[in-house]
Each structure stands twice: as structure tokens, then as C-alpha cells.
Design a protein around this ligand. Structure first.
Ligand code: C2E
Ligand code: MG
Ligand code: MG
Ligand code: MG
Length: 279
């Protein structure tokens, strides 16, 4: 009787594992076709200067317009794309598209592009960035590359060499999601960052949570002393904005100003929020 139950449970696991594997396989099949089928789109979210109130940059955020599933969030496919090596061609598409879109924006506005660890693992990132810039005509100074600590965890020497070449080209480097995972302060010393993005999880409980406030204050101070811009992600309320201002944070990004929007709505959003004049 116990034996039979055990088997039953095993079969149940087998069946649900099978279903999970099939779901993954079908997602993988679709993902392999998505690029060729033109199913990827970039949405852009303004990043606002806290002192001037104007837009410094827009972050490119990838979406997958799946024929049956609808808009798929990057959280639901980037991990898989990394595992199966697809993030490299997808990332190259993102770079080309983001630079092409940004080249048509008013001159001071930069574009921020997220770059995955797998793109650093390959040898083609520097060439991909260079290609995207030359094809689009976007000046390198208007491109910001956002990397996470996962990039720095592996092969530090090679990563540093790549980042240095990207910096020499004139691009800016931002450390994304700072404060999560292993975020080590030594990264800030080793790698040539222009910007630290404070993870949204610290912003969510501002201004009420004393610990979160202290951390935001410390990171902003650190950024100031190291000559790096600090940017708060996920700003949703006016209270959060006020406390970020008080703590000396330099830039904010979040639903309070704008959700990520299609490129055709960017100029309207820039006009609504305001941008520095090119002159
Ligand atoms: P991230 O780079 O940290 O991007 C910020 C995320 O916060 C975005 O989620 C954005 O939509 C969301 N967000 C912005 N403002 C708010 C807010 O006020 N409240 C809340 N709750 N969320 C806000 P999204 O677009 O789902 O992207 C998730 C992650 O996927 C990104 O996190 C990034 O790590 C990754 N990702 C997105 N696009 C790309 C890409 O082109 N390449 C790579 N490698 N990764 C990407
Ligand atoms: Mg980012
Ligand atoms: Mg981030
Ligand atoms: Mg984040």
C-alpha cells in the first residue's frame, strides 16, 4: 500500500516535470524564432535629473510580443535566452535598435541599454557596440551600458578589459540593481562606473523604513564621493521622490514620471517632462 502510494507520487512528479519541461521546450522553440519573426520590441523609460527635473536618458526595456501569449516580460524569457545562448543575438538586436531609436531623439538625451553576462562571455560585445553606434550615427557619449554584478562575478580580468574598451570608445557604464545579491564595494573600486543604480527594492519602502533610508543615503554619499551619479529605480510616489532629493540622490526613474513606453511616444514624454536644450 505504502509502496503503491510512493509510485503514485513518483508518477505525479514525473507527469508535472514532464509538463514543465514541455512548457520550457515550447517557449524555447518560440524564442528561437522570435528574432527572425520580428516579435521583439523596445519600450523606453525616462530617467529624470533630480536637480533640473529634466530627462537625462531613457532606458531601453525589452518586450516580446508573442503571437499567443501577448506581451511577455523580460523576467520571463531573459534567463532562458541566457541559458541557450540566444541572449547574444538578441542583445545585439537591442543595441542596434536602441541606438537607431535614440539617434532621432533630441541631442542631450542618452539611451541606457541592459547588457547580460553572456554578452561579456563572448568576444563580440565591443564590436556589437561599435557597429550599433556607427550604423546609427549615435555619438558614443549618448550610450549608457547597464551591467549587473553577475557580469563582474565571472572572469574579472576579461570583464575589466572589455569595460575599459567600451569606456575608451566613449560609452558610459552603469552598475544596475546595486544593493542586491553580492554587490561588493570592491567592484566600485575595480570597475570604471559612471553611475550606480540603486535597486527598486530599497526605494519601495521609502521614506518610512529607516534602514532603507539609511542605505539610500549611504549609497548616494558614496556615489558623490566617487564621482558617480546615483540613480533610484522604481520611484512611484511623491514621498519617495522627496526623500530621495533630501538624501542627495541625483537621478530618478519610475512610474511616478513614466512607465516604459513605445518609441513613438518618447518625444511626447520628453516634451511633457522636459529636456535640457541642446544649445
Ligand atoms: P532593470 O534593468 O533593473 O529595469 C528596471 C525594471 O523596473 C523594469 O522592469 C521596469 O519596467 C521596472 N520599473 C520601472 N519603474 C518602475 C516602478 O516605478 N515600479 C515598479 N514596480 N517597477 C518599475 P522590466 O521592464 O520588466 O525589466 C526587468 C529586467 O529585465 C530589467 O531590470 C533587466 O534586468 C532585464 N532586461 C530588460 N530589458 C533587457 C535587455 O534588453 N537586455 C537584457 N540583458 N536584460 C533586459
Ligand atoms: Mg537596467
Ligand atoms: Mg535596474
Ligand atoms: Mg532592478
Amino acid at each position: 500500500r505504502a509502496k503503491a502510494d510512493g509510485k503514485g507520487i513518483f508518477r505525479f512528479f514525473e507527469a508535472s516535470m514532464d509538463a514543465a519541461m514541455q512548457a520550457r521546450r515550447s517557449l524555447e522553440t518560440d524564442l528561437r524564432l522570435a528574432l527572425a519573426r520580428g516579435e521583439f520590441v523596445l519600450h523606453y523609460q525616462p530617467i529624470v535629473d533630480l536637480r533640473s527635473g529634466q530627462v537625462n536618458a531613457c532606458e531601453a526595456l525589452l518586450r516580446w510580443r508573442h503571437p499567443e501569449r501577448g506581451m511577455v516580460s523580460p523576467l520571463d524569457f531573459i534567463g532562458l535566452a541566457e541559458e541557450i545562448g540566444l541572449i547574444v543575438p538578441i542583445g545585439e538586436w537591442v543595441l542596434r535598435q536602441a541606438c537607431a531609436d535614440a539617434a532621432a531623439w533630441p541631442a542631450p538625451v542618452r539611451v541606457a541599454v541592459n547588457v547580460s553576462p553572456a554578452q561579456f562571455r563572448g568576444q563580440s560585445l565591443v564590436a556589437a557596440v561599435y557597429g550599433a553606434l556607427t550604423t546609427s550615427g549615435l555619438p558614443a557619449a549618448r550610450l549608457e551600458l547597464e551591467i549587473t554584478e553577475a557580469v563582474m562575478l565571472e572572469n574579472t580580468e576579461a570583464t575589466l578589459a572589455t569595460l575599459t574598451r567600451l569606456k575608451d570608445m566613449g560609452a558610459r557604464i552603469a552598475m544596475d540593481d546595486f544593493g542586491t545579491g553580492y554587490s561588493s564595494l570592491s567592484y566600485l573600486r575595480t570597475f570604471p562606473f559612471d553611475k550606480i543604480k540603486i535597486d527598486g527594492s530599497f526605494i519601495r519602502n521609502l521614506p518610512g523604513e529607516a534602514d532603507a533610508l539609511a542605505i539610500v543615503r549611504a549609497i548616494s554619499g558614496l556615489g558623490e564621493s566617487l564621482g558617480m551619479t546615483t540613480t533610484a529605480e522604481g520611484v512611484e510616489t511623491a514621498d519617495q521622490l522627496d526623500s530621495l532629493k533630501a538624501e542627495g540622490c541625483r537621478e530618478v526613474q519610475g512610474y511616478l514620471f513614466s512607465r516604459p513606453i513605445p518609441n513613438e511616444n518618447v518625444s511626447e514624454a520628453l516634451a511633457a517632462i522636459g529636456i535640457r536644450s541642446a544649445a
